[in-house]
Design a protein around this ligand. Structure first.
Ligand code: SF4
Length: 100
């Protein structure tokens, strides 16, 4: 059986968002997953949409499966504790400061 996985597909698909109010701007997330995170001119980290454009404050972007481990590591290492990874299907946080 082929299981389709990836950005925005399947029940287990995840998305990530940043609480910019708590971001320290150290750039650790960008080092881990530059495909997903980027520092903007204001010195804070933002997530990127599929077109590479930075999304607005607290907006969520789908997590591409190939970089899932890097995004999870970012959430774990983030000194601001402000990277939130949640399931798209029910918005339950699975990695980050509010994960159970
Ligand atoms: S690791 Fe956390 S605190 Fe550091 S730049 Fe990324 S979101 Fe901000």
């Amino acid at each position: 059986m082929t299981v389709q996985q990836g950005a925005g597909s399947g029940n287990g698909a995840l998305e990530v968002w940043i609480d910019q109010d708590l971001c320290t701007g150290d750039g650790i997330c960008v080092q881990y997953a530059p495909e997903v995170f980027e520092l903007d001119i204001d010195g804070l980290a933002y997530v990127k949409g599929s077109d590479g454009e930075l999304l607005q404050v607290r907006a969520a972007a789908p997590v591409p499966l190939p970089v899932l481990a890097d995004v999870v590591a970012s959430a774990s290492e983030c000194p601001g504790e402000c990277i939130h990874v949640r399931r798209i299907s029910d918005s339950v946080e699975v990695h980050g400061p509010d994960a159970a």
